[in-house]
Write a protein that binds this ligand. Structure first.
Ligand code: SF4
Length: 70
């Protein structure tokens, strides 16, 4: 699995960063940036929690084979 984000929908709440700082960071403009997108098996539950906690729906999980433009 991998995690992707939809540009322009991040509200800078940073709950994703608190849960998984090794995957997410927020830049000076308050926009989300992915440190990495491919999710290891041991991180899947934690990253899934981060996706579910995002209040703006800016994050989602995708299959490795899915084409994304994020
Ligand atoms: S939790 Fe959602 S709104 Fe908050 S920084 Fe992460 S992607 Fe942006």
């Amino acid at each position: 699995m991998k995690v992707v984000h939809t540009q322009g929908t991040c509200g800078g709440v940073e709950s994703c960063v608190e849960i998984a700082p090794d995957y997410f960071t927020v830049d000076d403009a308050g926009l989300i940036s992915l440190r990495r997108s491919n999710i290891s098996d041991e991180d899947l539950e934690r990253v899934t929690n981060a996706v579910n906690e995002c209040p703006t729906g800016a994050l989602r999980l995708a299959k490795d084979t899915e084409a994304t433009h994020a």
